[in-house]
Unconditional design. Structure first.
Length: 164
């Protein structure tokens, strides 16, 4: 299970970097424009992703989730820096885990009431959450004429195989 969790997050880092590179071609107006009904603008979605990643890591570790929001990441540079710092801490945390830690229940404190769930489920949720919002960003980038191309996990695996 640890290998799967590790690979989900390695893929997420690869996909985030790839989609950020494409988004860097946009101007401020395009990054802030609402393009898709039900989805936030591109920059706001990136900020949401970083803040959610940071909050979920705190929860996995049994800490109080910091009060972060998309507004804490007002530029793509801020998003990049936020993820750069976060990736190091998250990688170390995942590397320190064993199967028993992944299976342990963790407490998710919510406004609607606290719930316990296995840590691995919370971790897979967070990885999947990133995939959902990257797909929204990819669709908006495509609408603006800047498709990020195929972001399938198998493309990540092929890319990693080429690099080794």
């Amino acid at each position: 299970m640890k290998t799967i969790v590790t690979e989900l997050y390695d893929y997420g880092c690869w996909a985030n970097d790839r989609i950020l590179a494409v988004a860097s071609k946009l101007d401020a107006e395009q990054l802030g424009r609402k393009l898709t009904k039900g989805a936030d603008p591109i920059l706001q979605t990136f900020g949401h992703l970083v803040s959610a990643d940071v909050r979920w890591l705190a929860r996995w570790r049994g800490e109080m989730a910091p009060a972060l929001s998309a507004a804490d990441y007002p530029s793509l540079d801020a998003v990049r820096q936020g993820w750069k710092e976060h990736y190091l801490v998250r990688r170390a945390y995942i590397a320190s885990m064993d199967e028993a830690t992944l299976l342990e229940d963790m407490l998710w404190v919510r406004d609607q009431g606290s719930v316990k769930l296995p840590r691995w489920q919370a971790m897979v949720h967070c990885a999947n959450h990133g995939t959902q919002h990257r797909s929204e960003i990819a669709a908006m980038l495509t609408d603006l004429g800047h498709s990020p191309g195929n972001m399938d996990m198998v493309i990540y695996y092929l890319d990693m195989a080429r690099r080794s």
